[in-house]
Design a protein around this ligand. Structure first.
Ligand code: UD1
Length: 342
Protein backbone atom coordinates (compact mmCIF):
# COMPACT_ATOMS: atom_id res chain seq x y z
CA UNK A 1 0.00 0.00 0.00
CA UNK A 2 1.11 3.59 -0.53
CA UNK A 3 3.79 5.04 1.69
CA UNK A 4 2.90 8.39 3.23
CA UNK A 5 5.49 10.67 4.79
CA UNK A 6 4.18 12.20 8.01
CA UNK A 7 6.35 15.09 9.13
CA UNK A 8 5.91 15.81 12.82
CA UNK A 9 4.49 12.30 13.15
CA UNK A 10 5.39 11.92 16.83
CA UNK A 11 3.48 15.10 17.71
CA UNK A 12 -0.10 15.41 18.90
CA UNK A 13 -2.05 15.44 15.63
CA UNK A 14 0.72 13.62 13.75
CA UNK A 15 0.69 10.55 16.02
CA UNK A 16 -3.09 10.16 15.73
CA UNK A 17 -2.82 10.52 11.95
CA UNK A 18 -0.12 7.82 11.79
CA UNK A 19 -2.58 5.47 13.53
CA UNK A 20 -5.47 6.34 11.20
CA UNK A 21 -3.30 6.04 8.08
CA UNK A 22 -2.21 2.59 9.19
CA UNK A 23 -5.82 1.60 9.95
CA UNK A 24 -6.77 2.72 6.43
CA UNK A 25 -4.11 0.46 4.90
CA UNK A 26 -1.32 3.00 4.30
CA UNK A 27 2.30 2.71 5.42
CA UNK A 28 3.19 5.84 7.39
CA UNK A 29 6.83 6.95 7.51
CA UNK A 30 7.64 9.52 10.18
CA UNK A 31 10.19 12.34 10.02
CA UNK A 32 10.49 14.37 13.22
CA UNK A 33 13.30 16.23 14.97
CA UNK A 34 11.63 15.62 18.37
CA UNK A 35 11.85 19.35 19.18
CA UNK A 36 8.35 19.30 20.66
CA UNK A 37 7.61 15.58 21.02
CA UNK A 38 8.92 12.43 22.65
CA UNK A 39 10.52 9.36 21.04
CA UNK A 40 8.48 7.13 23.39
CA UNK A 41 5.38 8.02 21.35
CA UNK A 42 6.64 5.46 18.81
CA UNK A 43 6.21 2.72 21.45
CA UNK A 44 2.75 4.06 22.24
CA UNK A 45 1.79 3.93 18.57
CA UNK A 46 3.11 0.37 18.44
CA UNK A 47 0.86 -0.58 21.37
CA UNK A 48 -2.13 0.58 19.31
CA UNK A 49 -1.34 -0.70 15.80
CA UNK A 50 0.99 -3.61 16.61
CA UNK A 51 4.03 -2.36 14.69
CA UNK A 52 6.55 0.42 15.23
CA UNK A 53 6.31 2.85 12.33
CA UNK A 54 9.43 3.68 10.31
CA UNK A 55 11.05 6.72 11.91
CA UNK A 56 13.75 9.17 10.77
CA UNK A 57 15.04 11.82 13.15
CA UNK A 58 16.20 14.97 11.42
CA UNK A 59 15.35 18.64 11.01
CA UNK A 60 13.42 19.48 7.85
CA UNK A 61 15.13 22.87 7.83
CA UNK A 62 18.26 20.96 6.73
CA UNK A 63 17.96 21.01 2.93
CA UNK A 64 20.64 18.38 2.30
CA UNK A 65 18.92 15.91 4.61
CA UNK A 66 15.51 16.50 3.04
CA UNK A 67 16.95 16.04 -0.48
CA UNK A 68 18.70 12.85 0.50
CA UNK A 69 15.61 11.48 2.27
CA UNK A 70 13.42 12.09 -0.78
CA UNK A 71 16.02 10.50 -3.07
CA UNK A 72 16.38 7.40 -0.92
CA UNK A 73 12.61 6.98 -0.42
CA UNK A 74 11.31 7.06 -4.01
CA UNK A 75 8.13 5.11 -3.26
CA UNK A 76 6.56 7.78 -1.05
CA UNK A 77 3.39 8.95 -2.82
CA UNK A 78 2.05 11.44 -0.31
CA UNK A 79 3.22 13.90 2.32
CA UNK A 80 1.26 15.11 5.34
CA UNK A 81 3.18 18.09 6.64
CA UNK A 82 2.57 18.78 10.35
CA UNK A 83 6.09 19.68 11.48
CA UNK A 84 6.00 23.33 12.52
CA UNK A 85 6.23 25.61 15.52
CA UNK A 86 2.76 26.44 16.81
CA UNK A 87 2.75 28.51 19.99
CA UNK A 88 1.07 31.82 19.26
CA UNK A 89 2.63 33.71 22.22
CA UNK A 90 6.15 32.44 21.56
CA UNK A 91 5.85 33.45 17.91
CA UNK A 92 5.32 37.08 18.97
CA UNK A 93 8.51 36.95 21.07
CA UNK A 94 10.58 34.99 18.53
CA UNK A 95 9.21 35.73 15.07
CA UNK A 96 12.36 34.62 13.27
CA UNK A 97 12.21 31.19 14.88
CA UNK A 98 8.70 30.83 13.41
CA UNK A 99 9.52 32.15 9.96
CA UNK A 100 12.65 30.01 9.82
CA UNK A 101 11.16 26.73 11.09
CA UNK A 102 7.84 26.94 9.33
CA UNK A 103 9.09 28.20 5.96
CA UNK A 104 12.44 26.44 5.58
CA UNK A 105 10.83 23.08 6.26
CA UNK A 106 7.97 23.72 3.83
CA UNK A 107 10.22 25.07 1.07
CA UNK A 108 12.73 22.23 1.45
CA UNK A 109 9.97 19.65 1.13
CA UNK A 110 8.37 21.33 -1.88
CA UNK A 111 11.74 21.77 -3.60
CA UNK A 112 12.68 18.16 -3.00
CA UNK A 113 9.48 17.01 -4.74
CA UNK A 114 9.83 19.43 -7.64
CA UNK A 115 10.28 16.72 -10.25
CA UNK A 116 8.11 13.99 -8.82
CA UNK A 117 4.34 13.65 -8.63
CA UNK A 118 3.32 14.15 -5.02
CA UNK A 119 0.10 14.42 -3.00
CA UNK A 120 0.60 17.00 -0.29
CA UNK A 121 -1.63 17.76 2.72
CA UNK A 122 -0.84 20.82 4.78
CA UNK A 123 -1.80 21.69 8.38
CA UNK A 124 -3.44 25.07 8.22
CA UNK A 125 -5.65 26.78 10.74
CA UNK A 126 -8.89 28.69 11.13
CA UNK A 127 -6.61 31.45 12.38
CA UNK A 128 -6.44 32.58 8.71
CA UNK A 129 -10.01 33.95 9.09
CA UNK A 130 -9.15 36.20 12.04
CA UNK A 131 -12.41 37.43 13.62
CA UNK A 132 -14.90 36.34 10.95
CA UNK A 133 -17.65 38.75 9.79
CA UNK A 134 -20.11 35.91 9.15
CA UNK A 135 -20.60 32.70 11.16
CA UNK A 136 -20.30 29.86 10.52
CA UNK A 137 -17.22 30.77 8.50
CA UNK A 138 -16.87 29.21 5.03
CA UNK A 139 -13.70 28.56 3.06
CA UNK A 140 -14.47 31.53 0.82
CA UNK A 141 -14.45 34.01 3.73
CA UNK A 142 -11.71 36.61 3.38
CA UNK A 143 -8.33 35.90 4.91
CA UNK A 144 -7.69 38.63 7.50
CA UNK A 145 -4.37 40.13 8.50
CA UNK A 146 -2.70 37.71 10.91
CA UNK A 147 -2.42 38.79 14.55
CA UNK A 148 0.78 36.79 15.20
CA UNK A 149 3.84 35.58 13.27
CA UNK A 150 2.51 32.03 13.79
CA UNK A 151 -0.78 32.95 12.06
CA UNK A 152 1.16 34.74 9.34
CA UNK A 153 3.21 31.60 8.60
CA UNK A 154 -0.06 29.71 7.98
CA UNK A 155 -1.42 32.41 5.64
CA UNK A 156 1.79 32.76 3.65
CA UNK A 157 2.26 28.98 3.52
CA UNK A 158 -1.20 28.68 1.94
CA UNK A 159 -0.18 31.23 -0.70
CA UNK A 160 3.11 29.43 -1.36
CA UNK A 161 1.23 26.16 -1.80
CA UNK A 162 -1.40 27.63 -4.08
CA UNK A 163 1.16 29.29 -6.34
CA UNK A 164 3.35 26.18 -6.39
CA UNK A 165 0.42 23.95 -7.37
CA UNK A 166 -0.58 26.41 -10.10
CA UNK A 167 2.91 26.53 -11.55
CA UNK A 168 3.73 22.83 -11.49
CA UNK A 169 1.30 20.01 -12.19
CA UNK A 170 3.36 17.56 -10.13
CA UNK A 171 1.91 18.94 -6.91
CA UNK A 172 -1.61 18.01 -5.83
CA UNK A 173 -2.24 19.95 -2.63
CA UNK A 174 -4.91 20.26 0.04
CA UNK A 175 -4.67 22.63 3.01
CA UNK A 176 -6.82 21.64 5.97
CA UNK A 177 -7.92 24.55 8.13
CA UNK A 178 -8.27 23.06 11.58
CA UNK A 179 -10.48 24.57 14.22
CA UNK A 180 -9.52 23.62 17.83
CA UNK A 181 -8.15 20.06 18.08
CA UNK A 182 -8.75 18.39 21.46
CA UNK A 183 -9.14 14.92 22.98
CA UNK A 184 -7.08 11.77 22.70
CA UNK A 185 -7.12 8.28 21.23
CA UNK A 186 -9.79 5.97 22.70
CA UNK A 187 -7.07 3.67 24.08
CA UNK A 188 -5.62 6.62 26.06
CA UNK A 189 -2.19 5.56 24.77
CA UNK A 190 -1.56 8.75 22.80
CA UNK A 191 -2.75 12.32 23.31
CA UNK A 192 -1.54 15.87 23.67
CA UNK A 193 1.82 16.08 25.48
CA UNK A 194 2.51 19.73 26.20
CA UNK A 195 6.04 20.65 27.24
CA UNK A 196 5.93 23.09 30.17
CA UNK A 197 2.85 25.12 31.02
CA UNK A 198 0.10 24.40 28.48
CA UNK A 199 -1.06 27.38 26.44
CA UNK A 200 -4.19 25.68 25.10
CA UNK A 201 -7.43 25.24 26.97
CA UNK A 202 -7.91 21.48 27.15
CA UNK A 203 -4.51 20.43 28.53
CA UNK A 204 -4.81 23.26 31.05
CA UNK A 205 -8.20 21.93 32.13
CA UNK A 206 -7.03 18.32 32.49
CA UNK A 207 -3.78 19.30 34.26
CA UNK A 208 -5.78 21.41 36.71
CA UNK A 209 -8.20 18.55 37.36
CA UNK A 210 -5.36 16.09 38.02
CA UNK A 211 -3.67 18.55 40.39
CA UNK A 212 -0.65 19.58 38.26
CA UNK A 213 -1.99 23.15 38.05
CA UNK A 214 -3.76 24.98 40.78
CA UNK A 215 -6.43 26.83 38.91
CA UNK A 216 -7.65 27.51 35.38
CA UNK A 217 -8.22 31.12 34.43
CA UNK A 218 -11.02 31.69 31.92
CA UNK A 219 -9.66 34.45 29.72
CA UNK A 220 -12.47 37.00 29.75
CA UNK A 221 -16.06 36.81 30.94
CA UNK A 222 -17.36 40.03 29.40
CA UNK A 223 -17.35 39.24 25.68
CA UNK A 224 -20.41 39.71 23.52
CA UNK A 225 -21.42 36.04 23.73
CA UNK A 226 -24.31 34.39 25.62
CA UNK A 227 -22.21 33.63 28.73
CA UNK A 228 -19.47 36.21 28.19
CA UNK A 229 -16.65 33.73 27.37
CA UNK A 230 -15.09 33.08 23.93
CA UNK A 231 -16.56 30.51 21.54
CA UNK A 232 -14.61 27.90 19.56
CA UNK A 233 -15.29 24.90 17.33
CA UNK A 234 -13.58 22.04 19.18
CA UNK A 235 -12.77 19.03 17.02
CA UNK A 236 -11.79 15.57 18.28
CA UNK A 237 -8.21 14.77 17.26
CA UNK A 238 -9.21 11.33 15.94
CA UNK A 239 -11.81 12.89 13.62
CA UNK A 240 -9.16 15.40 12.57
CA UNK A 241 -6.67 12.58 11.89
CA UNK A 242 -9.27 10.88 9.69
CA UNK A 243 -9.69 14.10 7.71
CA UNK A 244 -6.04 13.74 6.61
CA UNK A 245 -6.70 10.21 5.36
CA UNK A 246 -9.74 11.54 3.46
CA UNK A 247 -7.59 14.30 1.94
CA UNK A 248 -4.94 11.81 0.77
CA UNK A 249 -7.70 9.66 -0.74
CA UNK A 250 -9.23 12.61 -2.57
CA UNK A 251 -5.84 13.58 -4.00
CA UNK A 252 -5.22 9.98 -5.10
CA UNK A 253 -8.61 9.85 -6.81
CA UNK A 254 -8.11 13.28 -8.40
CA UNK A 255 -9.65 16.38 -6.91
CA UNK A 256 -12.15 17.86 -9.39
CA UNK A 257 -11.48 21.29 -7.86
CA UNK A 258 -7.91 21.28 -9.19
CA UNK A 259 -4.37 21.09 -7.87
CA UNK A 260 -4.95 23.23 -4.79
CA UNK A 261 -7.89 23.21 -2.42
CA UNK A 262 -8.76 24.16 1.17
CA UNK A 263 -11.22 22.61 3.62
CA UNK A 264 -12.53 23.59 7.04
CA UNK A 265 -12.07 20.81 9.58
CA UNK A 266 -14.34 21.29 12.56
CA UNK A 267 -17.68 20.04 13.82
CA UNK A 268 -19.63 23.14 12.84
CA UNK A 269 -20.65 23.67 16.48
CA UNK A 270 -19.40 26.44 18.76
CA UNK A 271 -18.88 25.97 22.51
CA UNK A 272 -17.94 28.70 24.95
CA UNK A 273 -15.06 28.24 27.40
CA UNK A 274 -17.60 27.94 30.23
CA UNK A 275 -19.58 25.34 28.28
CA UNK A 276 -16.36 23.40 27.65
CA UNK A 277 -15.66 23.43 31.39
CA UNK A 278 -19.18 22.17 32.16
CA UNK A 279 -18.79 19.42 29.56
CA UNK A 280 -15.46 18.44 31.12
CA UNK A 281 -16.97 18.30 34.62
CA UNK A 282 -19.79 16.10 33.34
CA UNK A 283 -17.52 13.72 31.41
CA UNK A 284 -14.93 13.40 34.18
CA UNK A 285 -17.07 13.66 37.30
CA UNK A 286 -14.49 16.19 38.58
CA UNK A 287 -15.24 19.67 39.85
CA UNK A 288 -12.82 22.05 38.15
CA UNK A 289 -11.14 24.84 40.10
CA UNK A 290 -11.44 27.87 37.83
CA UNK A 291 -11.82 31.60 37.98
CA UNK A 292 -12.92 34.11 35.37
CA UNK A 293 -10.06 36.53 34.73
CA UNK A 294 -9.08 39.25 32.27
CA UNK A 295 -9.15 38.82 28.52
CA UNK A 296 -6.10 37.36 26.73
CA UNK A 297 -4.62 39.70 24.17
CA UNK A 298 -5.26 38.72 20.56
CA UNK A 299 -8.07 36.24 21.29
CA UNK A 300 -10.78 35.81 18.67
CA UNK A 301 -14.21 36.28 20.29
CA UNK A 302 -16.15 33.65 18.39
CA UNK A 303 -15.38 31.31 15.53
CA UNK A 304 -16.91 28.10 14.28
CA UNK A 305 -16.78 26.52 10.88
CA UNK A 306 -19.15 25.78 8.05
CA UNK A 307 -18.23 22.19 7.26
CA UNK A 308 -20.54 21.68 4.26
CA UNK A 309 -17.64 21.62 1.79
CA UNK A 310 -15.70 18.98 3.76
CA UNK A 311 -18.81 16.88 4.08
CA UNK A 312 -19.77 17.09 0.41
CA UNK A 313 -16.41 17.25 -1.38
CA UNK A 314 -13.94 15.61 1.00
CA UNK A 315 -16.48 13.00 2.08
CA UNK A 316 -15.50 13.59 5.68
CA UNK A 317 -17.64 14.35 8.74
CA UNK A 318 -16.82 14.68 12.41
CA UNK A 319 -18.46 11.88 14.42
CA UNK A 320 -17.26 12.52 17.96
CA UNK A 321 -18.89 15.18 20.12
CA UNK A 322 -17.86 17.32 23.07
CA UNK A 323 -18.53 14.50 25.59
CA UNK A 324 -16.12 12.13 23.82
CA UNK A 325 -13.56 14.92 23.48
CA UNK A 326 -13.62 15.64 27.20
CA UNK A 327 -13.79 12.01 28.35
CA UNK A 328 -10.84 10.98 26.15
CA UNK A 329 -8.72 14.00 27.17
CA UNK A 330 -9.36 13.09 30.81
CA UNK A 331 -8.58 9.38 30.30
CA UNK A 332 -5.25 10.38 28.69
CA UNK A 333 -4.35 12.73 31.58
CA UNK A 334 -5.10 9.91 34.05
CA UNK A 335 -3.02 7.48 31.97
CA UNK A 336 -0.11 9.95 32.04
CA UNK A 337 -0.38 10.25 35.82
CA UNK A 338 0.19 6.47 36.08
CA UNK A 339 2.59 6.18 33.14
CA UNK A 340 4.58 9.41 32.80
CA UNK A 341 6.12 10.02 29.37
CA UNK A 342 9.07 12.35 29.67
C1 UD1 B 1 -4.82 29.27 19.11
C2 UD1 B 1 -4.65 29.99 17.81
C3 UD1 B 1 -4.79 29.02 16.68
C4 UD1 B 1 -3.79 27.92 16.80
C5 UD1 B 1 -3.92 27.24 18.14
C6 UD1 B 1 -2.72 26.34 18.25
C7 UD1 B 1 -5.33 32.33 17.80
C8 UD1 B 1 -6.44 33.26 17.60
N1 UD1 B 1 -5.65 31.03 17.67
O1 UD1 B 1 -6.16 28.86 19.19
O2 UD1 B 1 -4.56 29.66 15.46
O3 UD1 B 1 -3.94 27.00 15.77
O4 UD1 B 1 -3.91 28.21 19.20
O5 UD1 B 1 -2.48 25.88 19.48
O6 UD1 B 1 -4.24 32.70 18.06
N2 UD1 B 1 -8.54 29.77 27.26
C9 UD1 B 1 -8.80 30.11 28.58
N3 UD1 B 1 -7.87 29.79 29.54
C10 UD1 B 1 -6.69 29.15 29.23
C11 UD1 B 1 -6.43 28.80 27.87
C12 UD1 B 1 -7.38 29.13 26.91
O7 UD1 B 1 -9.84 30.67 28.88
O8 UD1 B 1 -5.88 28.92 30.13
C13 UD1 B 1 -9.55 30.08 26.25
C14 UD1 B 1 -9.06 31.04 25.18
O9 UD1 B 1 -9.27 32.37 25.55
C15 UD1 B 1 -9.94 30.62 24.00
C16 UD1 B 1 -10.16 29.12 24.22
O10 UD1 B 1 -9.86 28.88 25.57
O11 UD1 B 1 -11.17 31.23 24.06
C17 UD1 B 1 -9.25 28.25 23.36
O12 UD1 B 1 -7.92 28.73 23.53
P1 UD1 B 1 -6.65 27.93 22.95
O13 UD1 B 1 -6.77 26.50 23.30
O14 UD1 B 1 -5.43 28.67 23.36
O15 UD1 B 1 -6.83 28.00 21.37
P2 UD1 B 1 -7.08 29.27 20.41
O16 UD1 B 1 -6.60 30.52 21.00
O17 UD1 B 1 -8.48 29.20 19.95
Amino acid sequence: MSKILVTGGTGYIGSHTVVELYNAGYTPVIVDNLSNSNIKILDQIEKIIGIKPEFHQFDLCDETKVMSFVKTNPNITGVIHFAASKAVGESVEKPLKYYRNNFFSLLNLLNAYNEKKINFVFSSSCTVYGEPDVLPVTESAPVKKATSPYGNTKQIAEEILQETAQANNNYKIIALRYFNPVGAHETALIGELPIGVPQNLLPFITQTAIGKRQQLTVFGGDYDTPDGSCIRDYIHVVDLAKAHVAAIKLLEKGNPNGNYDVFNIGTGNGYSVLEAITAFEKASGQKLNYTVGPRREGDIIKVWGDVTKSSQQLGWNAHLGIDEMMASAWAWEKYLAENPIS
